[in-house]
Ligand binder design. Structure first.
Ligand code: NAD
Ligand code: IPM
Ligand code: MN
Length: 366
């Protein structure tokens, strides 16, 4: 087995550097414990990169990412006011994040929505709804749909400004994400919720036809079809009815943030973005400009993204398990971060770096 991995580290904006620091701390602790070396290559990416280097995804960063075994990415994004100070296409979402996804065709986005039973009280839902915990794997298509369809803007014959954005998928794009989701369902409870809007969108009609075509290849997986708007309600009322969910890009963006709401914070939402040859790992949340620089961000999503990287890119399942267990232990010992607070008055709220320290110590086993 290879014992040294090169990781491109993109700290990002806002709370990005704060949570990345803790994730790297925990990564290094896991490396020490499991005898693996990580060569970390830091590279500018996002809004800060634009201000410091004149591009939100500089060429130098592209080269570092191209050469890395995996990419660990903090959230990017400027505040609403700051965004307006740079050209629309250089804003970090359009200028860095979407090009990163496209460059490596990271079409399969895994967004686990997970709360173990003993932490179910972090959820804002009623105890009877979340008793036993929440364990959903949202599989989001990440390089198609409205995000990457053709666009047009201008003035019509009446001089009115208009904009046109298209939701585009070809059958191969749909097929490959569905295979990923079926395979995931096979590994879990063998139930796949297919989220669609075929009552309106032709893209969902094609999507559902392909679900029917490939379902026979997975005879042990039961497919349940749910229309996306109803899925939003059902997730709130009966989150425990879901296991693996699959959906197109925009539906996945919205429902995965709803997932953060079910758990009690976006700070509990790690993710993995997987392509054929390259994968990158990032929290599902953004740069949280409202709390940046205050040392109160929850680093769980970023640390969890490290654990996903160890599992999915390097096959280091044991090291990943050590990290998940360590985070559970820190919560179990009564610590939490400000976003989760102390719903039952039994947790001590600690800062971002203290949370990272405790997780790293638990990983080391001290
Ligand atoms: P956001 O996810 O940054 O924040 C939403 C809310 O959740 C805020 O109240 C924030 O304080 C809170 N929050 C998020 N992460 C947290 C954490 N780890 N700990 C504690 N609280 C946390 O969404 P937004 O405010 O709509 O967007 C801010 C910027 O982030 C925008 O520029 C947006 O485009 C960008 N963004 C980037 C990514 C990414 O890099 N993948 C994802 C989402 C949003
Ligand atoms: C996410 C984010 C991004 C998305 C934005 C920042 C482009 O919200 O990763 O969920 O919409 O995909
Ligand atoms: Mn989002």
């Amino acid at each position: 087995m290879k014992t040294a991995y090169t990781i491109a580290v993109l700290e990002g904006d806002g709370i990005g550097p704060e949570v990345t620091k803790e994730a790297v701390k925990v990564l290094q602790a896991a490396g020490e414990r499991h005898n693996v070396l990580f060569d970390l290559q830091y590279a500018p990416f996002g809004g800060r990169a634009y201000f410091d280097h004149g591009a939100s995804f500089p060429e130098e960063t592209k080269a570092i990412c191209d050469n890395a075994d995996a990419i660990l990415k903090g959230p990017i994004g400027l505040s609403h006011e700051e965004s307006k100070t740079i050209p629309v296409n250089e804003q970090p979402e359009r200028g860095a994040l979407l090009p990163l996804r496209r460059r490596y065709m990271t079409y399969a986005n895994f967004r686990p929505v997970y709360l173990p039973p003993e932490l179910a009280h972090f959820s804002p839902l009623k105890p009877r709804v979340v008793e036993g915990g929440i364990d959903i794997m949202m599989v989001r298509e990440l390089v198609g749909g409205l995000y990457f369809g053709s666009k047009e803007e201008g003035k019509d014959a009446n001089g009115r400004r208009f904009v046109k954005e298209t939701l585009e998928y070809d059958e191969e794009q749909i097929r490959r994400i569905l295979h990923v989701a079926f395979a995931e369902a096979q590994k879990r409870k063998k139930v796949l919720h297919n989220i669609h809007k075929s009552n309106v969108l032709m893209s969902s009609v094609l999507w559902n036809a392909i679900v029917e075509e490939i379902a026979p290849e997975y005879p042990d997986v039961e497919v349940k079809h749910v229309i996306v708007d109803a899925a939003a309600t059902l997730l709130c009322l009966k989150p425990r009815d879901f296991d693996v969910m699959v959906m197109e890009n925009m539906f996945g963006d919205i429902l995965s943030d709803l997932g953060g709401g079910l758990l009690g914070s976006l700070g509990l939402m790690p993710s993995a973005c997987i392509g054929e040859k390259k994968a990158y790992y990032e929290p599902s949340h953004g740069s949280a400009p409202d709390i940046a620089g205050r040392g109160i961000a929850n680093p769980y999503s970023m640390i969890g993204s490290v654990a996903l990287m160890l599992e999915k890119s390097f096959g280091l399942d044991e090291a990943a398990a050590t990290i998940w267990t360590a985070m559970r232990e820190v919560f179990g010992a009564g610590y939490t971060t400000a976003d989760l607070g102390s719903p039952e008055g039994e947790h001590e709220v600690i800062e971002t770096s203290a949370f990272g320290d405790r997780v790293a110590a638990a990983v080391r086993g001290s």
